[in-house]
Design a protein around this ligand. Structure first.
Ligand SMILES: NC(=O)c1ccc[n+]([C@@H]2O[C@H](COP(=O)([O-])OP(=O)(O)OC[C@H]3O[C@@H](n4cnc5c(N)ncnc54)[C@H](O)[C@@H]3O)[C@@H](O)[C@H]2O)c1
Ligand SMILES: [Zn+2]
Length: 480
């Protein structure tokens, strides 16, 4: 039997669940967020048979209908292009369909309380929703089959997207680390030296039942060097049956992810981001890298983590400045999503932002298109950071960069939101140095800077060519 899939990367995302669990409603939005086609199995059956499900049921009987359903499920699952597929409530009765799901899809079970489901479908005229008691009995009968196909569980759109990316967001998840790290092979825990002193023991205890070795890397950005990477290569002992666990901020997950990408030509890894930046951004999406002198993220690899464990509880020890860095990314994400995510409480912020980033990255794992939008505000931000010799906090640089991008987008209300929420102060750097850095930015092609702008909140456009004079003016406004 094929091994259990860990995410929906490059494969179908199937939604299973009882009648009334919201497969069509959730599936439609999930497909849109993933840029995938949505296939409703029941609709597909009706289309092919040329008649309604209820009629097919009475004409062919349940067994006849199930045969047809199995055939259509097989065709839909065999279709190469990864889609989002809502299965009919009874599709999992077929063993063949269950096997096809395992082989070709990542299956999320939409959990629903039977009472809620009944309220939704009562009176809908569905063939199997004609009496409440029978409905509940059917729910009980089918539950084991749903469990058998479920690679993950969810109740809403964001939870489905997170599951599809292998991301687990939960307050207190750190204590479940042993169960959350996939597989049962040996584990090497690599922690940021500072974070190790705060949360290391807790993580170790949680991994306790497993065979664990521990390593430390320097705190923060200092970990992203060839020397640290080399030390990891020479001290790691796991083979391909084991996995790495990274505990720390984006710097730690970047270097450990790269170590995982290269050690033994690639071993699985789990990211446990401990900063807000890490939980809403850096830990998700499989981009890993180290720095070279004067060149940030110069060497790296795409290596999707088998699991990302985001525990907002770990953020309680975060210094204010690190939290501000994260909040800038939260505001960026909210602008891209068209939702005021910065107004949510922190655990909900993490959940919504992580789901947003997960969806974009599943859609574009190798950074060829939609993922560009995540650079909103960053072209300006990076230029300011470079001009400041990297002495400027990333969050402050991004906050300023967002201001510039919104001004160039003509979105003055949103620019005011950035001012209110992030209070970015203009920086004192050399204007020409900032301009040179911006022009050198990799998003600049043939001299003309290409930017991410917003047509409106939630409507990003990337690769936009903006006249040099306008860009220069916007940059100058950020400098004291
Ligand atoms: N791969 C990606 O997609 C991606 C995306 C965004 C950023 N990044 C990278 O992430 C890095 C920045 O990461 P970051 O902002 O998460 O910070 P970081 O990892 O550099 O850590 C910042 C500081 O916070 C401390 N810290 C971390 N967690 C803590 C906690 N829970 N309590 C107390 N202190 C804690 C660290 O010890 C460190 O001193 C950059 O190198 C950036 O390039 C990568
Ligand atoms: Zn950033």
């Amino acid at each position: 039997m094929a091994p259990e899939p860990l995410n929906a990367l490059g494969r179908h995302l199937a939604l299973a669940g009882f009648m009334g669990s919201g497969k069509t409603t959730v599936g439609t939005v999930v497909a849109e967020r993933l840029g995938r086609t949505f296939v409703d199995l029941d609709d597909e059956i009706e289309r092919r048979a040329g008649s309604a499900i209820a009629e097919l049921f009475s004409a062919r009987g349940e067994a006849g209908f199930r045969e047809l359903e199995e055939e259509v499920a097989r065709d839909v699952l065999r279709d190469g292009e990864p889609a989002v597929i809502a299965l009919g409530g009874g599709a999992v009765l077929s063993e063949r369909t269950r096997l096809d799901l395992r082989k070709r899809a990542f299956t999320v079970l939409l959990d629903v309380d039977p009472e809620v489901a009944w309220e939704r479908v009562a009176g809908s005229g569905r063939p199997l929703a004609r009496g409440e008691e029978a409905f509940h009995a059917l729910h009980r009968d089918r539950q084991p089959l749903y469990e058998a196909v479920a690679d993950a569980h969810a109740r809403d759109v964001d939870a489905t997207l997170l599951a599809a990316a292998g991301v687990h967001v939960e307050v207190g998840a750190i204590d479940e680390l042993g169960e959350l790290v996939p597989g049962d092979g040996p584990v090497e825990l690599v922690a940021d030296a500072h974070v190790s002193g705060i949360h290391g023991i807790r993580a170790q205890v949680a991994l306790g039942a497993r065979d664990v070795e521990q390593h430390e890397v320097p705190a923060g950005e200092a970990a992203k060097t060839p020397a640290v990477l080399e030390r990891l290569w020479t001290t790691l002992r796991i083979g391909r049956d084991g996995s790495l666990v990274a505990l720390g901020g984006g710097s730690t997950t970047d270097v450990v992810g790269f170590a995982a990408a290269t050690h033994m030509r690639g071993v699985p890894w789990t990211a446990v981001p401990t900063t807000l930046v890490g939980q809403v951004d850096a830990g998700i999406g499989g981009k890993t890298a180290i720095d070279l002198p004067g060149a940030k993220n110069a060497v790296g690899a795409f290596h999707w983590p088998d699991r990302v464990v985001c525990d907002p509880l770990l953020l309680t020890t975060l210094p204010d400045e690190e939290r501000r860095n994260g909040l800038a990314e939260v505001v960026k994400t909210g602008l891209l999503a068209g939702e005021p995510l910065w107004e949510l409480r922190e655990p909900e912020q993490v959940r919504a932002c992580a789901a947003f980033k997960a969806a974009i990255c599943i859609q574009d794992p190798h950074d060829g298109g939609p993922r560009n939008q995540l650079n909103l505000g960053h072209t300006f931000g990076h230029a300011l950071e470079a001009a400041a010799g990297y002495a400027l906090p990333h969050g402050r640089a991004v906050a300023l960069g967002l201001l510039a991008a919104l001004r160039l987008s003509g979105l003055t209300d949103e620019a005011r939101v950035v001012e209110d929420v992030l209070a970015p102060e203009p920086v004192r750097v050399n204007r020409d140095a900032a301009w040179t850095a911006l022009a050198r930015d990799k998003k600049a092609e043939r001299g003309a800077p290409r930017l991410v702008l917003l047509d409106a909140p939630g409507k990003p456009r990337w690769g936009v060519e903006v006249p040099q004079d306008d860009v220069r003016r916007a940059l100058d406004e950020l400098i004291d």
